[in-house]
Design a protein around this ligand. Sequence first.
Ligand code: CLR
Length: 396
Amino acid sequence: EEGADVPQDQKAGWASFIKSLAHMTGDLSSMTAPPFILSPTSLTEFPAYWAEHPELFADISEGETEEDRMERVFLWFIATLKGQYTTRNEKMGSEKKPLNPVLGELFYGTWPDVEGRGETVLISEQVSHHPPITAYYVENKKAGVALQGHSGQKTSFSGTSILVKQSGHAMLFVTPKKTGKQETYLITLPKLRIDGIIWGSPYIELTDSSAIQASTGYGVQIDYKGKGYFSGKAHMFKAKMTKASKTIQTFEGEWTGVSNVGSSKGPVFYDADAPKEEITVKPITEQGQWESRNLWQKVANGIRGGDFEAAGRAKSIIENEQRQRRRDEVAEGTSWKLWNFEHVDSDPEFQKLVAMMNDKTQPTTEDAYVYSGEHYKQLLAGASAESAAAAPAPAA
Ligand code: CLR
């Protein structure tokens, strides 16, 4: 029955939310949704999903050959998918609507150096509010592996599903232990279909294709399919590793379960039951005012505790403060300065890799956010979160 998973008192709100989806103009993030579907987590936290298997990330640079390293990059990539796209279902029962980050919002965290693998750090920053774009940098210095990327979304509604096109891409920089010579990998992102809207229990299925293109000439194309395509199962993929149009290896299976090398009878490639490691974040009391969990604390507490009026009030304070800040900038003829990133229209390495890619998996935009780490490095150097911040803090 329609709306079966919606609390009785929110059924009307959910129905009108679905109606409003039909008029959506590409950006769902700023639309008002009923309380039961709200998540207390901001989108600036999502880049952490790239590094919840820090050992696989670090192991990339241990690869003996170009082919071996391509396969390790692909293994790490597949291992991130379950976290990226099914975590909210597992933790909160369904996909939820994340908090819409403010411009300048930050999310910092680390994964510890265990057994000499090196520490992994995440620097995530909201670099655009309208449309929402999050830039991120993940690095394991010791291993010689770093990921720089940004993420935006264009959403539409099919009548039953929300369709999400991801804009943005990621560049992976690897310094192999063997050669010491840097390799780059361009990573494009799959499309999402959010099903289960009618019932009030949304979940993600991945569709179409994405790819990873290496500067070494190796590439992997990944095709995603849900129920009833390759088999009766949801969350399936098939992938093909190639070099100079020659197929080197194929892979297939479930990105939420077991995948195999070659056919489904081949050796196990990855088992998504493998435990993942959550990011370590400073206690909120030690965070700066632009850091996500500190900034949204009252809103998140309201959502978690079911006090949606308190959450709404806290949210309005933040949003009004942001609007005022934007008005002041216009009046002063200034513009917001990013903390840790610099926007570029394109870059030569990106163009080289795109040219090596199959058309249907190419990213739609060329621009990127290059990591400078200005604010993060000041913090590490011992500045307090506030003094490291050139701009005044947002509303308390
Ligand atoms: C953000 C980038 C991450 C992967 C990822 C996972 C889930 C996506 C999210 C991205 C963007 C925002 C998103 C979310 C699922 C639902 C949510 C599309 C792509 C939208 C804005 C909210 C939908 C609201 C319904 C649940 C009612 O690497």
